[in-house]
Design a protein around this ligand. Structure first.
Ligand SMILES: Nc1nc2c(c(=O)[nH]1)N[C@H]1C(S)=C(S)[C@@H](COP(=O)(O)O)O[C@H]1N2
Ligand SMILES: [Mo]
Length: 342
């Protein structure tokens, strides 16, 4: 297996932030070494005595070991996961944050145990409203906030959904260090920040969480109006032809569309300014991206291709980027320039 550094497009080496190259995004399931990596802090060391402590608003504080986890019913899940900062470089002016182009998205097969199975052992109190997932990674000490750990909260119903997994495997193999070994959360439909890696603790909360990664980062900040980032916005991506590629007039435009709020109902593809309805194929799982394709005769010369997806809630990708201070959720229609030669 090739090592990830030779496969991924590295955005930052320490802590590692690296994109999936477009050539690998052409595959319906991203090969494991090509799955994008986004880490806020250096990777904590995994060890055999790892456990997850479930505490807070519960009847029994519970410690779950890796052996106990392995003995629980296992579930597999194929899902598309996108970093909320994907496409930040497409915003103007470019907001602060990791300069992601368009490869902070992958479709991956996970295996693990429903978080609900673990929570049931601890018996959440009736007053619990949120579930806080705590990573073992931490940033430098900050006097105002204490040590900043990577922690993100989910509403109780999302945490209790049987497809919200405490995952130990990707593509049939134990998690690699970069992807959260030995155990991480995997939250379908939500942007990647909800899928907390190196999961060390789970706390039931009786009031909404207001920590750093819920209120200062992974928020849509528009003129000081701050909303935590949650479900992935409806989006699509043309993967063939690739940007700047030379292609013949008889062409099949292919790509993927996804949304964290509902199934994809249609995708339109524009050749210059003229829109066509693309053909959809069934997604490989309810949480994986939907393939679309359009057979079309392109005019020769420089051509702009664009795609625009709509989901079952009626949401459609916007034409213009909705700029926000930290550069999250860029799901705007994107133009792909190609050169057509007969
Ligand atoms: N503990 C921890 N979990 C984390 C992060 C992190 O920095 N620390 N990054 C989050 C973000 S922003 C994303 S997009 C996903 C990326 O998961 P991956 O690196 O396995 O692709 O992990 C999430 N979980
Ligand atoms: Mo992310």
């Amino acid at each position: 297996m090739p090592d990830r550094a030779s496969v991924l497009d590295v955005v930052r080496a320490h802590p590692l932030c690296a994109e999936t190259p477009l050539a690998l995004l052409q595959q319906p399931v991203t090969p494991a070494p090509g799955v994008y990596v986004r880490s806020n802090f250096e990777t904590p060391a995994a060890h055999a005595n790892w456990s997850i402590v479930i505490s807070g608003d519960v009847e029994h504080v519970t410690r779950v070991t890796l052996d106990a986890l392995a003995a629980m019913p296992q579930h597999e899940l194929l899902m598309t996961m996108e970093c909320a900062g994907n496409g930040r470089l497409g915003m103007d002016p470019v907001p602060e944050g990791e300069p992601w182009q368009y490869g902070a998205v992958s479709t991956t097969r996970w295996r693990g145990v429903s978080l609900a199975t673990l929570l049931a052992q601890a018996v959440p109190a009736r007053t619990a409203v949120e579930v806080l997932a705590c990573g073992a990674d931490a940033g430098p000490r900050d006097d105002a906030t204490g040590i900043v750990r990577f922690e993100r909260a989910l509403p109780l119903d999302v945490a209790m959904h049987p497809d919200t997994l405490v995952a130990t495997h990707m593509d049939g193999d134990p998690l690699t260090a970069d992807h959260g070994a030995p155990v991480r959360l995997v939250v379908p439909n939500w942007y990647g920040m909800a899928s907390v890696k190196w999961l060390a603790g789970v706390q039931l909360l009786s009031a909404p969480y207001t920590g750093y990664f819920q209120q200062k980062r992974y928020v849509y900040d528009v003129d000081g109006d701050v909303r935590p980032v949650s479900r992935a916005l409806v989006k699509s991506m043309i993967v063939s032809p690739m940007p700047q590629q030379t292609t013949t007039p008889q062409c099949t435009v292919r790509g993927w569309a996804w949304s964290g709020s509902g199934a994809i109902t249609h995708v339109d593809v524009a050749v210059n300014s003229r829109w066509h309805r693309a053909t959809l194929s069934a997604p490989a799982s309810p949480y994986a991206w939907t393939p679309f394709s359009l057979e079309v005769a392109l005019p020769t010369g420089n051509v702009m291709l664009r795609s625009r997806a709509t989901d079952a809630t009626g949401e459609t990708q916007p034409e213009a980027i909705v700029w926000n201070r930290l550069g999250y959720g860029n799901n705007a229609v994107r133009a792909i320039p190609v050169l057509v030669r007969s």
